[in-house]
Design a protein around this ligand. Structure first.
Ligand code: HXC
Ligand code: NAP
Length: 284
């Protein structure tokens, strides 16, 4: 079921980095169904082409161009190409990312850079390129950055990603203030676990690890891409026009589960609670 009016994003031109796969693709599908004109970018041209063909099968003609967000010159070329095709860009979704699980002491400097360069530098470069264009033309716009819940908390075993996403969150909050005077709005989404080929193959590669992940979520399930896409559609729409610099968590309560000192007591049974109550009441 569709919670929004069909013209929520009518004629808005949206550029999604990493838009051919996973969550980027799910957001793109939602946006075009709501009237947006969509451009997607990523490193692998074949994957972009395949996704564009599948959109076409569903009746949506989208624009795609290969681009490595680690290369500022390629981002400039991408922005030129999208503007040539659609005339403008209204919304930038910084979604491209790289990540994998590893003990930090096993990482080489190149491995650290592999993640930082995509997530932190790539996001910054795209933000800078598109932001400067909007400022030069006196045009406003919206930037949506996809971060993670551990951008705020940190997380073991994905430390380059945690450091990079924390940087992106700081970028979001900083520019929310600095660029508001140009009519540029910044928002972010912090997803919990959403099964995508890209994330699962690198972060949850066995059934045991996947189950561990689900067990951490109070709602006892992973996220559905449609749920994230709906949140993204609202946040980039004009109805969210007064939301600036905010990060919205969509994780079934996962990060709070780790935060509350007594949260693990959810595994205590009713009978055990009866016995515990007798003990704790003695304390009065
Ligand atoms: C240890 C690794 C490694 C791994 C790569 N390296 N993978 N080290 N464990 N699993 C090291 C390599 O040995 C090399 O160092 C260096 O990293 C660069 O490797 P390349 O393969 O040359 O890197 P590159 O081609 O740039 O690829 C980047 C990547 C790759 C990040 C490593 O996984 C990628 O392209 N990812 C894009 C998609 C993605 O990651 N999606 C998941 C997003 S999910 P040396 O020193 O040996 O040369 C997400 C949040 C999920 O972000 C949160 C879940 C809840
Ligand atoms: P994904 O499918 O692997 O998406 C990552 C995308 O980024 C791919 O399309 C990839 O395409 C692109 N990309 C990587 N490096 C790039 C580069 N240098 N230049 C341009 N594009 C590049 O994984 P996903 O799960 O959908 O992740 C999407 C976003 O959600 C990411 O920001 C991720 O951190 C975030 N997130 C996901 C989860 C989850 O559970 N899935 C949880 C929290 C946050 P190419 O390889 O073709 O370049």
């Amino acid at each position: 079921m569709e919670p929004f009016a069909q013209n929520l994003l009518q004629d808005k031109v949206v550029l999604i980095t990493g838009g051919a796969t996973g969550l980027g693709r799910a957001m793109g599908e939602k946006f075009v169904r709501l009237g947006a004109k969509l451009a997607i970018a990523g490193r692998r041209e074949e994957v972009l082409k395949q996704t564009a063909e599948q959109f076409l099968d569903s009746g949506y003609k989208i624009f795609y161009a290969p681009c490595d967000v680690r290369e500022p010159a390629q981002i400039a070329e991408l922005a030129d190409a999208v503007e040539r095709h659609f005339g403008r860009i209204d919304i930038l979704v910084n979604n491209a990312a790289g990540n994998f699980i590893s003990p930090t002491e096993r990482l080489s400097p190149r491995a650290v850079d592999a993640v930082l360069n995509i997530v932190l530098h790539g996001t910054f470069y795209a933000t800078l390129e598109i932001g400067k264009r909007w400022i030069d033309r006196g045009q406003g716009g919206t930037m949506l950055n996809i971060v993670t819940t551990y951008a705020s908390t940190g997380s073991a075993f994905v430390v380059p990603s945690a450091a990079a996403k924390a940087g992106v969150l700081a970028l979001t909050r900083s520019l929310a203030v600095e660029w508001a005077r140009y009519g540029i709005r910044q928002v972010a989404i912090a997803p919990g676990p959403f099964p995508t080929e890209g994330a699962w193959s690198r972060l949850s590669p066995t059934p045991e690890l996947e189950q561990q992940m689900i067990d951490r979520v109070p709602l006892r399930r992973v996220g559905n891409k449609e749920e994230l896409a709906n949140l993204a559609a609202y946040l980039v729409s004009d109805y969210a026009g007064y939301i600036n610099g905010e990060v919205v968590t969509i994780d079934g309560g996962e990060w709070l589960q780790g935060a509350g000192e007594f949260n693990d007591l959810r595994s205590v049974t009713e009978e055990q609670w009866d016995a515990l109550a007798k003990l704790t009441r003695k304390g009065k």
